[in-house]
Design a protein around this ligand. Structure first.
Ligand code: ZN
Length: 382
């Protein structure tokens, strides 16, 4: 079991954003870069944060794509490096936080990100300290050591995972998620469920990650459709933020498994957003793993399903399909544009990222092909 070298301080609660100047003061930081989204610059939020921090946050970088690229981290790093920033604040969804975590390290080198992305060099020292502020309930990037980047030239999307990527501080203010549009709420919320379920059935699970996974999954089952239908329901938003951080604490130690492995080509080659791509196989992998030859695995999944309030593992999987249907997420291969055997074969061969090995049932290419073909449109009701 790994021990975290740099546990992230987490401050959670409605209105916590106003604590930002105090945190900057506490660490005695002098000159910070705000890393954010173009929309937050446009709607004035970024400038308001600069004002709030009274001269300590002095620049803004927002040239970051959804699914951040190696170029995004290189560009952000060069701004940090060339203007001698001694800290950064990242506010946004998983893409912004993932980009910022890597850029803060890259700023302390003169290298290009690709050297580290392809492991020609290792991340061996801390980067510029980062205060991470999530605006979605999804990736939990604010408390993990992982960043997922894309090399657009080579068409490779892959996670980088180094202890030096932990942010210094996670400021989690659920109020920031109130303006999250329903499509983003749906995709990021179901990503939280994927983190919970995969942390639970992943081979690297531990008793305490199991507890966190169960707590997070229950919160998603009870609150995701509510925040999707009632975006301003504060209590449900708080619960989804709590679920996101709790699932993050679990999968940061266990890593993810099969549904996330399959999500990478779905995003990279078929343009499906991260959460929706994870959701695509989530219910089916729950069913498949609950029918494992290993009695221990079968019993664990059945018991977890009951603890979450379902009759059995199939009922839990049916409810995932029901939520996906209610939120208009992709259900079958045709929905994502896999319309030929050639495309399916390509999808299968690109689905074997290392986290596939963390699945409790061994997945072979032929099994995975059958599995993808067996996905059917949801016809379930609550
Ligand atoms: Zn995820």
């Amino acid at each position: 079991m790994c021990i975290r070298d740099r546990p992230v301080a987490i401050d959670f609660g409605i209105g916590k954003l106003t604590k930002l100047p105090e945190i900057i003061e506490q660490f005695d930081y002098k000159k910070g870069l705000l890393i954010s989204t173009p929309s937050m610059v446009k709607n004035g939020t970024a400038n308001k944060l600069l004002e709030l921090c009274d001269g300590k946050l002095v620049g803004i970088f927002s040239d970051i794509q959804p699914n951040p690229t190696l170029k995004n981290t290189d560009d952000c790093a060069s701004v940090l490096r060339n203007h001698d920033y001694d800290f950064a604040v990242a506010i946004g969804g998983g893409s912004i936080l993932d980009c910022a975590k890597v850029a803060c390290f890259m700023a302390t080198t003169t290298d290009a990100t690709s050297l580290y992305f392809y492991k020609e060099k290792l991340v061996d020292h801390p980067g510029i300290p980062l205060i991470a502020i999530p605006t979605t309930s999804g990736t939990a990037s604010e408390i993990t050591s992982a960043s997922v980047l894309t090399d657009t030239e080579k068409g490779v999307k892959a996670p980088m995972n180094y202890k030096y990527f932990y942010p210094k501080y996670a400021l989690v203010d659920p109020e920031l998620t109130l303006s999250c549009p329903p499509t983003v709420t749906a995709a990021s919320g179901i990503d939280v469920l994927a983190h919970s379920l995969e942390a639970f059935y992943g081979k690297k699970h531990q008793p305490y990650t199991d507890m966190a996974a169960e707590k997070a999954a229950k919160l998603v089952f009870e609150n995701l459709l509510t925040v999707y239908k009632e975006p301003h329901n504060v209590e449900a938003r708080v619960n989804m933020s709590l679920a996101s951080v709790t699932a993050g604490l679990a999968f940061n130690l266990t890593q993810t498994a099969a549904a996330h492995a399959c999500s990478y080509p779905l995003t990279q080659d078929f343009g499906i957003t991260h959460g929706e791509a994870c959701a695509f196989t989530l219910a089916a992998f729950w069913r498949l793993n609950s029918e494992s030859d290993d009695e221990y695995v079968r019993n664990r999944l059945q018991q977890f399903s009951k603890n979450c309030g379902f009759k059995d593992a199939n009922a839990l999987a049916d409810f995932i399909d029901y939520m996906k249907q209610e939120m208009g997420l992709c259900m079958v291969l045709e929905d994502i544009g896999v319309t030929s055997v050639e495309l399916l074969d390509e999808l299968v061969s690109n689905s074997f990222a290392p986290n596939m090995q963390n699945n409790p049932v061994d997945i072979t290419p032929s099994l995975l092909k059958e599995f993808y073909q067996s996905l059917v449109p949801a016809s379930v009701t609550e």
